[in-house]
Design a protein around this ligand. Structure first.
Ligand SMILES: NC(=O)c1ccc[n+]([C@@H]2O[C@H](COP(=O)([O-])OP(=O)(O)OC[C@H]3O[C@@H](n4cnc5c(N)ncnc54)[C@H](OP(=O)(O)O)[C@@H]3O)[C@@H](O)[C@H]2O)c1
Length: 372
């Protein structure tokens, strides 16, 4: 493929040291080589807790200096000689989970966390150091997903920014797909009101399930329920009254599966146990939450009812391809009628406003992007 000539330098948002202000700097433009693609970034997702991650308040291991930024939408600017799929200028989605090519145990997230093995740290320290908050990003070929531009932009009338929601949807699809959620099943999602949690509700509905969405914020639960087809989402407010919640859940038995994507601050909550206790014999549990410490689980119930527990970090390439097809086919909508709402689009220089906007707009369907 003919390569666009890349500029010698490009603008990148750089974190010099954890907790320091980020700075936009002219940096050498990454170059194509076997195994990689150079993507011209159009817009990149800003997760609501980005400010906590890059200030160090929420401690994620990563090397500095670093160009942060994870999933993004862009166009192919150049590819290594071993690429056989990607085309010049093609619209692509970048998904941020990078796996070592010769050891699948070594996994990390581009621009955000270096993972938990020597191999994953080696990859983020070196070859795959920098993320997507820049004009150009170098990513593994397998992390680029061609998008059907005509279908998504012309027929379904999505803006390019809206496609960033894929980055939020891939995550719960990983867990829901790992526990094999099927049409007609009933699935609990906790908490259902945050960005990844509410994305989990939408994905489970698109997979054909009826969802019991639980969360502390009743207004957010109402917003979520009313944005999805009638009867597909039941809401139960999360209170400290485990017994009462158990009774509410029992009204919707049999419950087939439970998907949890709790934030670290929910450590010690009763609802993990309460929800597992509500499952039918052979029920499945997907654990995707960010708990930093051990959690207590109802062993007696798990053993006697043959409950399956499955942990999932992010999603696989095969799952991401399927999720994109669900969106392209219109099974999973990214439209405003389903409650999706772009709350802000910021230049790299305005990263502080972007972090604040994402933090303050983390309800169901809300999202924020940075655009170099
Ligand atoms: N396994 C993976 O691959 C993966 C990937 C991405 C993220 N995660 C994890 O998923 C977590 C959730 O993400 P998110 O997008 O939902 O955003 P988040 O900002 O981390 O969490 C917000 C959600 O948590 C709820 N919440 C906050 N404090 C709570 C508490 N003490 N008890 C119960 N619920 C509480 C909020 O509900 P209220 O409305 O009640 O405040 C809201 O639903 C992240 O923090 C991260 O650790 C995991």
């Amino acid at each position: 493929m003919a390569q666009t000539s890349l500029p010698k330098t490009h603008k990148a948002l750089i974190l010099t040291a954890r907790g320091q202000p980020l700075e936009v700097k002219d940096s050498p433009t990454p170059q194509p080589a076997p195994g990689n693609a150079i993507i011209r970034i159009i817009s990149a997702l800003v997760v609501n807790y980005s400010g906590e991650v890059y200030s160090g308040k929420r401690y994620y291991p990563f090397p500095t200096p670093l160009v942060p930024g994870y999933s993004a939408v862009g166009r192919v600017a150049a590819v290594g000689a071993d690429s056989t799929l990607l085309k010049q200028d093609q619209l692509v989605m970048i998904e941020s989970t990078i796996r070592s090519r010769d050891n699948s145990d070594d996994v990390f997230l581009l621009g955000v966390i270096s993972g938990f093995s020597d191999g994953s740290r080696k990859l983020m320290d070196g070859e795959w150091r920098n993320g997507t908050w820049a004009e150009y990003a170098k990513v593994p070929l397998e992390n680029c997903y061609p998008l059907n531009e005509d279908r998504l932009l012309n027929e379904l009338k999505y803006s390019v920014e809206v496609l960033n929601q894929l980055g939020q949807l891939f995550v719960p699809y990983g867990g829901l797909s790992d526990i094999n959620v099927k049409p007609g099943e009933t699935v609990i999602v906790t908490p259902a009101t945050g960005p990844f949690g509410s994305a989990g509700v939408r994905v489970a509905v698109a997979m054909g399930a009826r969802v019991i969405a639980m969360g502390r914020n009743e207004a957010a639960l109402d917003t979520l329920r009313s944005s999805l087809p009638k009867g597909r989402v039941i809401t139960i407010p999360l209170t400290e009254d485990a017994e009462q919640i158990g009774k509410e859940l029992a009204k919707h038995a049999p419950i087939d599966a439970y998907f949890d994507i709790s934030p670290p601050v929910a450590q010690g909550t009763h609802y993990l146990k309460t929800c597992i206790m509500s499952l039918r014999r052979g029920g499945r549990v997907s654990l995707m939450g960010g708990f930093m410490e051990d959690v207590a689980l109802p062993h007696h119930k798990i053993m006697h009812s043959s409950i399956e527990l499955k942990g999932t970090w992010m999603s696989t390439r095969e799952q991401n391809l399927r999720l994109i097809r669900m969106v392209e086919q219109g099974i999973l909508s990214l439209g405003a009628e389903q409650g999706w709402s772009l709350k802000g689009k910021f230049a790299l220089e305005d990263w502080e406003q972007a972090f604040a906007c994402a933090r303050d707009n983390a309800g169901p369907g809300e999202f924020v992007v940075m655009s170099p």
